[in-house]
Ligand binder design. Structure first.
Ligand SMILES: Nc1ncnc2c1ncn2[C@@H]1O[C@H](COP(=O)(O)OP(=O)(O)OP(=O)(O)O)[C@@H](O)[C@H]1O
Length: 314
């Protein structure tokens, strides 16, 4: 089990992580979600021994990872946020080499590299020799580079797999394949900790989400439970004509957050006719340009929590 307790990291004046506590059990897939600069990468870099915390503890199966960053790097496999350089090698060879470095025999590394490449449908790219990164012509697209970086992190079994935005630039079909591999790796007893901005996808595949804002954990739990805790089942999404407009909140609205021209109003199913009548009235009065109703998601819960925090601070 990965146990992070009261972890803080300051960069000079900047408090990048503040008093973070959570666990990832073997077999669990846990996602860190949060806006840019929330502190997600700082956190995962401390877990894998690349950054030294200011205070707190990180333990994996009881081992103190802060006391031994080298052990952290051995026990945890990382897919970094930045693209991994592959210049001069084929993707297959890069994946095999990492497998061997992580203790697999040559034959096992070959076999696992072949298997993971196939599982991600990388045939056609896997044996291209990668040239220096060039903006206009390169043997690998940025999505392909990201997938190869994922293969390099996932090729050999490890106690904790840490993925920093693994699906950025990846096409929808391969994203589905990648998430299936992540679930399979967890099923072998690995603790999986991942950073993503893809809230809706994460909500479908992860066991637990940790919502971060300005260095702190603001909520954590199962995706469905978090959505339900902070937002009713439906969202009436309205687009206001004036982004500075404050909606005179009708009594049927249980949660609300604003983003630009959008107003996201959490409502229960039973008040739907009333809510639609209100929205039509607002549209007739030209205070809103359009509206729609949809099931609430983890995105709404996140928006709601962050808005509530900002209100409290102001
Ligand atoms: N090496 C560093 N030196 C100084 N400040 C840093 C350093 N690394 C990160 N920070 C700051 O720490 C804060 C958290 O950054 P971090 O990269 O962890 O956020 P993030 O949640 O991963 O963001 P993103 O989603 O944009 O990748 C930011 O204010 C960032 O500017």
């Amino acid at each position: 089990m990965l146990e992070v307790e009261r972890l803080s990291k300051n960069y000079g004046e900047i408090a990048a992580n503040i008093d973070l506590t959570f666990t990832v059990k073997p077999g669990e897939v846990v996602a860190l979600l949060g806006s840019n600069g929330a502190g997600k990468t700082t956190l995962v870099h401390q877990v894998v021994g690349l950054t030294r915390p200011t205070s707190g503890s990180i333990r994996l199966d009881g081992s103190d990872l802060i006391a031994s960053p080298r052990r952290a790097r051995w026990l945890c496999s990382l897919q970094p946020q930045s693209q991994v350089p592959l210049t001069g090698l084929t993707p297959r060879r890069s994946v095999e080499i990492v497998g061997e470095l992580r203790g697999l025999s040559t034959a096992a590394a070959r076999e696992r590299a072949e298997r993971i490449g196939k599982a991600l449908a990388l045939e056609g790219y896997y044996d291209r020799r990668v040239q220096a990164v060039h903006l206009t012509h390169d043997a690998l697209s940025s999505g392909m580079r990201r997938l190869v970086a994922f293969c390099m992190a996932a090729v050999a079994p490890c106690r904790a797999l840490v993925l920093d935005e693994p699906t950025n630039d990846v096409d929808p079909l391969r994203r589905t394949l990648l998430w299936q591999i992540v679930r399979d790796i967890a099923a072998e007893g690995t603790c999986v900790l991942l950073v993503t901005h893809n809230v809706l996808e994460a909500a479908r595949i992860v066991d637990k989400v940790i919502l971060m804002d300005a260095g702190r954990i603001i909520a954590q739990g199962k995706p469905d439970e978090l959505s339900a805790r902070y937002c009713p089942e439906l969202v009436l999404e309205v687009v206001v004509t004036d982004p500075t407009m404050v909606i005179d909140r009708p009594t049927f609205v249980e949660s609300e957050f604003a983003h630009g021209h959008g107003r996201f109003l959490g409502i229960r199913e039973e008040v739907l006719p009333e809510a639609l009548a209100w929205a039509r009235g607002e549209q007739d009065a030209r205070r809103i340009t359009r509206f729609s109703v949809r099931p609430s998601t983890l995105n709404d819960a996140y928006g709601h929590i962050v808005d509530a925090l900002r209100d409290r601070e102001n």
